[in-house]
Design a protein around this ligand. Sequence first.
Ligand SMILES: Cc1cc2nc3c(=O)[nH]c(=O)nc-3n(C[C@H](O)[C@H](O)[C@H](O)COP(=O)(O)OP(=O)(O)OC[C@H]3O[C@@H](n4cnc5c(N)ncnc54)[C@H](O)[C@@H]3O)c2cc1C
Length: 385
Amino acid sequence: MFTEPDERVALREAVKKLAGKYGREYVEKQAREGGKMTEMWLEMGRNGFLGVNIAEQYGGGGGGMADLAAVLEESAAAGAPLLMMVVSPAICGSIISRCGTEEQKQRWLPGIADGTHLMAFGITEADAGSNSHQITTTATRDGDQWVLKGQKTFISGVDEAQSVLIVSRTEDAKTGKLKPALFVVPTDAEGFTRQPIPMSWQAPEKQFTLFLDDVRVPADALVGDEDGGLWQLFAGLNPERIMGGAFSCGMARYALDKAVEYAKERSVWKDQPIGAHQGIAHPLAKVKIELEQARLLWQKAAALYDAGDDFTAGEYANMAKYAGGEVACNATDVAVHTHGGNGLTQEYGLGNMLVAARLGRIAPVSREMILNFVAMHSLGLPKSY
Ligand SMILES: Cc1cc2nc3c(=O)[nH]c(=O)nc-3n(C[C@H](O)[C@H](O)[C@H](O)COP(=O)(O)OP(=O)(O)OC[C@H]3O[C@@H](n4cnc5c(N)ncnc54)[C@H](O)[C@@H]3O)c2cc1C
């Protein structure tokens, strides 16, 4: 039988309590009024929840990705997901932990762990999209500095971040298969500007187009080797996918809980609640099964990542992200439907979740690109793109 260790069960309970204090109302209020999740974010940081995956000597909890993903799942299940956890501690924290120098770890990890330094992550470009091999943001060496030039799009949380980990290519590797060079760029650097993208999704976290016009950073802003290859990027992208899966599962749990509660209470035919009808009960039961499947997948992916099996972790992280995205879409759809007209009122807050759940099918890697990956790598089918 599969069970989580006692420490993780206790961690989940503690996060549930803290996140429950804020809940859906807090997130919606912040989104409506242009506020942020800062108060909750910093409280989570002070309690050690944001840095559970970071080594103790850098201010973290010394746990793994399975712990961090459990934190995110619980906060989302309580109605208060912290999107920036996918980015700051999971992607950036993991890359710096695995590829950074000792000095870089000391400089950035403690702030990432306690939440006082939020690091965004920028890989997506308008003309590259799902094909990251096509990115054109370029880093050119100039004495003991690097000069960055390019544009990024859909970068989350830049207005709240102190820095962004930018994925570029060096002048010497300007074309061909991506050899990523990763730089920590302060958000107040000269030549660094941002433009908000109006989104249909109402959330405190905003997305931005970034412009890097000859942004100069010191040599030690480069994390890892300029010629280190793709593994440096995947040190962060596998955690990103695991966290994406956990985020979606948490959202699905929230939607399912709300729907079940409503199905038990709402009664329009004599004294039977609507949940007595199989037309309502079966879709809810189906979502419950899909949800438990998706949770097992991210837990397996995280266990593999924490055990250092990056290759297999990659396969399962992709599948976990896929399964999470699907169940979040299905759960929010069923939850809205179970609520009838109320499902689309602002009071019940489920309509906006339909849009939020779609994110799990698109980002950080789309459903189709995962299917391409599984077809090719898990099944050995020919490459289709
Ligand atoms: C809310 C939000 C937050 C985000 N935050 C960040 C962030 O913080 N940092 C960051 O770097 N990026 C971020 N992204 C970007 C995200 O990772 C991209 O949107 C995603 O990778 C897809 O790229 P695209 O939007 O350019 O879609 P495209 O690549 O243009 O794809 C469009 C459609 O075509 C399909 N498609 C493309 N190629 C193929 C193929 N070969 N076979 C089959 N189908 C294909 C895709 O599946 C998709 O359905 C964010 C996006 C959103 C929506």
